[in-house]
Ligand binder design. Structure first.
Ligand SMILES: Nc1ncnc2c1ncn2[C@@H]1O[C@H](COP(=O)(O)OP(=O)(O)O)[C@@H](O)[C@H]1O
Ligand SMILES: N[C@@H](CCOP(=O)(O)O)C(=O)O
Length: 317
């Protein structure tokens, strides 16, 4: 369970008195999530999510809350920050930055269908389109230099084979720079646990706190690796469905098509590394969730094999 900060009823009553959202009726900690503390709060006026931000500072958060307000205005089903009586979307709770969002309907899905993969493709393309002219001054924190730093941190825990594999992939990614691909606002973590579905309709895109300005196609690859793999096994039909749906709203440029297999590998490497880091250096907290790094090792190996197969096919044609 990711409840890093415990709260009490009197604290919550006092906090909610700064908003015009009714009186608190009940509250409970949310078990999902990995970075922040989330509580579900019922008031006399509805149901809300209270988020206590565990690592982001108020000035950084201002960018994310502004982005969420922009996305909400563009009809994306995102959590819209509620303003307090003074109009502020961000307050302090127990010395931590905190915000209140309206609870979105639906639940996350453990085994996505083809239809749900298509929905993800469509919503990602909508996100990329509606932020085309939006200036978002947050840079990616997970670039190649971050990968190298993480590798150094975890190196002592790795087998020689895994260390070699990561080194080799990093060299490949460095050679295949993505600087000329279209960039924009990316969610950067659109996994199953960050999306709500009510039946087959997507009802919520959550957790925009990894969002940054980066390669658009990387966002598609990050989402596809999670949505289109069944426990680490690539499902080509789902990959094709997600990408085709994405392209109905934002067709890929030829250079992007060429880079697709490379970005699938980059995305797999990035999450293999972060999961390894979380495993080697667990965060203090109340029963925090551990995500299996091996899933991304398997995904990376399959994408690498796919690249070699297509290179061999090309060289023998
Ligand atoms: N606006 C919302 N509506 C409904 N559920 C939400 C909302 N915001 C968060 N949640 C719930 O809280 C969980 C954790 O939220 P998330 O933003 O992913 O946390 P973290 O930043 O810690 O990873 C989600 O998986 C979802 O179940
Ligand atoms: N969705 C990720 C967890 C979030 O990534 P992090 O870099 O913030 O740890 C996963 O499933 O690994």
């Amino acid at each position: 369970m990711s409840v890093f900060t415990r709260i009490t009823r009197p604290q919550l009553d006092q906090f909610f008195s700064a908003y015009s959202l009714g009186e608190v009726v009940s509250f409970e900690g949310i078990t999902d999530g990995i970075d922040n503390t989330n509580y579900s709060v019922a008031t006399t006026q509805g149901r809300f999510i209270l988020t206590l931000f565990e690592s982001l500072a108020a000035d950084e958060l201002a960018h994310f809350l502004k982005l969420l307000l922009h996305l909400g205005k563009n009809s994306l089903p995102c959590p819209c920050p509620q303003r307090d009586r003074q109009g502020n979307p961000l307050r302090q709770f127990n010395g931590k930055p905190a915000a209140v969002f309206r609870l979105l309907p639906g639940s996350s899905t453990a085994s996505p269908s083809i239809l749900q993969c298509q929905e993800i493709g469509l919503q990602l393309a909508s996100l990329h389109r509606c932020t085309q002219d939006y200036v978002f001054p947050v840079k990616s924190g997970n670039d190649i230099s971050w990968c190298k730093t993480v590798l150094n941190r975890i190196s002592v825990y790795l087998s020689a084979a895994d260390r070699g594999l990561i080194d080799d992939e990093l060299a490949f990614q460095t050679e295949n720079s993505r600087v000329n691909l279209p960039r924009g606002v990316i969610h950067a973590d659109l996994f199953r646990d960050n999306v709500l579905f009510a039946d087959d309709r997507l009802s919520g895109l959550l957790d925009f706190y990894s969002a940054c300005t980066d390669t658009l196609l990387l966002d598609v690859a990050i989402a596809a690796n999670d949505w289109c793999c069944d426990n680490g096994t690539v499902n080509n039909e789902k990959f094709a469905a997600l990408l085709a749906a994405y392209e109905t709203l934002r067709p890929l440029e030829p250079l992007e098509k060429q880079h697709w297999p490379i970005l699938l590998r980059a995305a797999a490497l990035r999450f293999w590394l972060s999961r390894l880091e979380h495993q080697c250096y667990p965060r203090p907290g109340e029963i925090t969730q551990q995500k299996d790094p091996l899933v991304f090792r398997r995904i990376l190996l399959q994408h690498r094999q796919q690249t070699y197969l297509s290179l061999n096919l090309r060289s023998t044609a």
